[in-house]
Design a protein around this ligand. Structure first.
Ligand code: ATP
Ligand code: MG
Length: 173
């Protein structure tokens, strides 16, 4: 049984994440998906709660036949012991997949094997780009799995993002 670990904030879970997880699943039996900054929500860079991100991942991967565990992980603010924090919370894993330089560095220093996969269409498949399009009523729906559109609609996610991106200076009566 070989298990891979892959971490992101998934604000929201998009087609870049989805494509990468499909690739990872070719190499291993199960994928452990760490939902980073789990404690954050209702802010412009982190609009969705950990539970909502679990829903996005569960529904997006429903038909893909990928055995996975999505685990919310709170930030630690202490990089030197971050890998131990992850290991203390996640199902055991044998290899890490990441293209984030800090994540790669910290796991390599701990002696965990790390694979660095390529990025998929980074211009569009990017959380920052998707949140920007949500704020400007652009086409964000084509950049995420259909199931993620449904979750975001269910939780009124676009209006939430718009609300939390305003300041009281924008208030007009
Ligand atoms: P944000 O712009 O909010 O940081 P993001 O698109 O970078 O969002 P993250 O949740 O930060 O998404 O990404 C999790 C991991 O997935 C990171 O290591 C990131 O480099 C990787 N990743 C993000 N977009 C892609 C993509 N298009 N293809 C492959 N990997 C990606
Ligand atoms: Mg990112």
């Amino acid at each position: 049984m070989r298990r891979a670990f892959y971490i992101g904030r998934f604000q929201p879970f998009h087609l870049g994440h989805y494509s990468l997880i499909k690739d990872i699943a070719q190499d291993v039996d199960e994928v452990v998906i760490g939902i980073g900054s789990a404690q954050k929500s209702h802010e412009p860079k982190n609009p969705f709660t950990a539970g909502e991100r679990v829903m996005m991942i569960r529904h997006a991967l429903e038909d893909a036949d990928i055995k996975h565990y999505a685990i919310p992980l709170e930030d630690l603010q202490r990089n030197a012991v971050w890998v131990s924090h992850i290991i203390s919370m996640a199902p055991p894993f044998d290899v890490v997949y990441s293209n984030n330089p800090l994540v790669v560095r910290l796991f390599k220093e701990s002696g965990t094997p790390v694979e660095q996969p390529p990025m998929y269409q980074r211009e569009g498949y990017s959380g920052t780009e998707i949140r920007e399009r949500m704020l400007n009523d652009g086409d964000w729906q084509s950049l995420v799995p259909e199931a993620v559109v449904d979750v975001i609609d269910e939780i009124d996610g676009v209006n939430r993002l718009k609300s939390v991106s305003k300041s009281d200076k924008d208030y007009k009566d």
